[in-house]
Design a binder for this molecule. Structure first.
Ligand code: NAD
Length: 355
């Protein structure tokens, strides 16, 4: 098969880690007889420097005509003083909205070889954990009516949370499908004891669950979920929740894996095209030194193979290669605890060697 992938390398370590993922994809292509064609487009600070805007039209058009998109990261101190709509980070919201990406998938997995990096007690994580957070990405309070006004006590501000049946149904279906492909357990997180949006969310989740009798469903209030994530993370398989709850809980989940350089993500639109990126930023403090951990971006490429191209074996082959390299004790600087470490390119070559 032939696949066209748009590359948005971005800023800081973005070019280094995307190049690593491209090498891994090319090696997988060779092994399984697929052709991956890569086309680079500018985004973020690099685009600002070249074209004067963080998200040029050509980049949006390129992404929309590609089969999928791989993004590094954007931003850095050079552009930090620009006004909000000219900041590199503005390009992220722009490309998500242009591609209609309403689903954010964020796996949070504790690798057995990295248990010592986890900030939780050993007895809590003795069985490890492997959670998939499905977060709604284009609705809720981040996109609702907002404003400033004069209230009873003077100046006040308000933001409103609004969810339509359509928005809830489509994200909940993605979550049930995801649970069906994993351990068939779905936790829906809301605040139904207080919020009307949550009560509608819960009602629709239960309606849709009738279509997935093979998936075990539980409801959980968001405050309890925040607690359970650090008390017993292995109880979760797939989590589905709203934009704001997902934003907060997915950051909490990423922290308990102990390694920001390891975590991939996928943003999907319901069709096959998606945007795949590591959850970390552009790490300007280590950019250009060939010491960044490329694994989050390489695992993002593995998610692309699974979710956009339905290449299960090829995707698993990358995940297994990463597992093997870590089990053999190879580490990048961020994981080495002051010990010996591999450069970005050496780690990439080790992973390719294990494919
Ligand atoms: P960051 O994630 O870039 O870095 C936080 C810390 O983690 C740094 O010490 C960094 O060196 C380290 N780190 C991150 N990724 C690493 C990797 N792959 N390997 C080894 N170490 C790694 O967060 P920050 O410092 O808050 O932000 C830096 C810039 O990135 C800012 O301009 C911010 O706006 C931007 N940002 C972009 C995105 C994105 O593009 N999606 C996300 C978050 C932050």
């Amino acid at each position: 098969m032939n696949y066209n992938i748009a590359l948005l390398k971005g800023d800081g370590i973005g070019p280094e880690i995307v190049s690593s993922a491209v090498k891994v994809l090319s090696a997988v292509g060779e092994k399984y007889s697929h052709t991956f064609n890569f086309t680079e487009y500018d985004i973020g600070g690099a685009a600002l420097d070249k074209c004067g805007v963080p998200l040029p039209d050509e980049t949006v058009e390129g992404c929309l005509k590609s089969d999928s998109v791989l993004l590094g990261a954007v931003g850095g101190p050079k552009w930090d003083t620009l006004p909000g709509n000219m900041r590199p980070e503005k390009a992220l919201l722009g490309i998500r909205s242009a591609m209609g990406l309403f689903t954010n998938l964020r796996p949070a997995k504790l690798y057995p070889a990295l248990k010592s990096e986890c900030p939780l007690r050993e007895d809590i994580v003795k069985d490890g954990f492997d959670i998939m957070i499905v977060r709604e990405l284009t609705g809720g309070i981040y996109f609702g009516e907002r404003g400033m006004r004069e209230g009873k006590y003077g100046e006040e501000a308000y933001d409103t949370e609004c969810y339509s049946r359509m928005e809830i149904e489509r994200i909940v279906r993605v979550a049930f499908e995801s649970a069906r492909k994993r351990n068939k357990k779905l936790t829906s997180i809301d605040k139904a004891n207080v919020l009307d949006t949550s009560r509608l969310w819960r009602k629709i989740v239960h309606e849709i669950s009738a279509e997935y009798p093979d998936v075990e469903l539980e409801d959980m209030l968001v405050d309890n979920a925040a607690m359970q994530l650090v008390r017993n993370p292995s109880r979760f398989d797939v989590i589905v929740t709203t934009n704001m709850f997902g934003d907060i809980l997915s950051d909490e989940a990423s922290q308990i894996t102990g390694s920001i350089g390891m975590l991939p993500s996928a943003s999907l639109c319901g069709g096959t095209r998606g945007l795949y990126e590591p959850i970390h930023g552009s790490a300007p403090d280590i950019a250009g030194q060939n010491i960044a951990n490329p694994i989050a971006t390489i695992l993002s490429a593995a998610m692309m193979l699974l979710y956009s191209f339905d290449l299960k074996e090829e995707s698993q082959c990358i995940v297994d290669a990463v597992d093997k390299v870590l089990s053999c004790g190879y580490r990048t600087k961020d994981l080495a605890n002051g010990g010996e470490y591999l450069s970005t390119s050496e780690m990439t070559d080790k992973i390719i060697g294990m494919l």
